[in-house]
Design a protein around this ligand. Sequence first.
Ligand code: 13P
Ligand code: SF4
Length: 361
Amino acid sequence: MSSDVPDAGRSAATSSPAGPGGAVPDFTPEIAEATRPAYERLRRVIPAVEWPVHAPLIHAIDRLKRERRAIVLAHNYQAPEIFHGVADLVGDSLALARQACDTDAEVIVLAGVHFMAETAKLMNPDKTVLIPDPEAGCSLAASIAPADVRRLRERHPGVPVVAYVNTSVAVKAEVDICCTSGNALEVVESLGAPEVIMLPDAYLARHVASRTAVRIIAWEGQCEVHVRFTAADIAEFREAYDELVVLAHPECTPEVLAGADLVGSTAAMIDFIESRRPPRVLLLTECAMSDNVTAAVPEVEIVRPCHLCPHMGRITLANILAALRGLAPRVEIDPALAAPARRAVERMLAVRPAVRRPAVP
Ligand code: 13P
Ligand code: SF4
């Protein structure tokens, strides 16, 4: 074993406590060896002293995934030990929705928030879809109910309704089409309507409105994480760091987006960093993603005011292991809602991807 990998022989006191998944094996030399590739991916962002806690969980999850014919789909905001440790497929909401359609695994563990797991179940009604913590919600999804959509339709008769995927199945069942931060403009323009209702994220709606001739009627939902970034953050970081490229998620406020060099989905931001490799990036999105990018592209320095999504953070290696052991908690969808909600997601997936590239410095 390389001396760079934490030595199991000296870690006898670091056996993992029994968590929600039950007993977890000790950190043995065999586990250290089996998890070496994961450690190599994670060593820049996880201190060596923590590895004896993560490695036995990663090893146990890997074994159970094979036994259960399961895969882990992880959102870009998942903690690095999940994202680089146990995920089979990773991505933004759009990629997760597409990948959920393509898998032939029997079990999908969705390492992300509840609406993402619901989307995976919508697209895979016959598979077992697990969400390790069903309380992993989203402030945007919580900001709107089906009755609100019906009221909007009464107020704006005949105007099509676009729902961000960050909504419940019950809301998706009321709308015409879904969108994500990666395709919102294309989805809105695909409708060929002079005006469109966009819900629930007011800032994503305003961002789309600034780039299209379609009149946008917005719902006033907000992401509790992205709303915390400010234009003053950008000014301070630009003052402190040379050659800084500012990337922001469209859930940030219009003032923040106005000061950014690139506005894009989590996947668009990662794609920019991987393909352009700027020396230094201010990443205005959920903080765990910065660690995931640092692990993959260490030569790019990521600076950020660190805001974590408390809902994303509910997913842990321990509850992923527990979900695989017990094949629970399962995501189940009311059959009366499934067909109309699935139609809204499928309509979105049929919209042609953008050919335009975002403006970058
Ligand atoms: P993305 O689809 O860009 O990954 O965003 C999802 C999300 O929840 C952002 O807060
Ligand atoms: Fe929802 Fe914001 Fe968390 Fe994304 S970061 S899941 S939009 S609360």
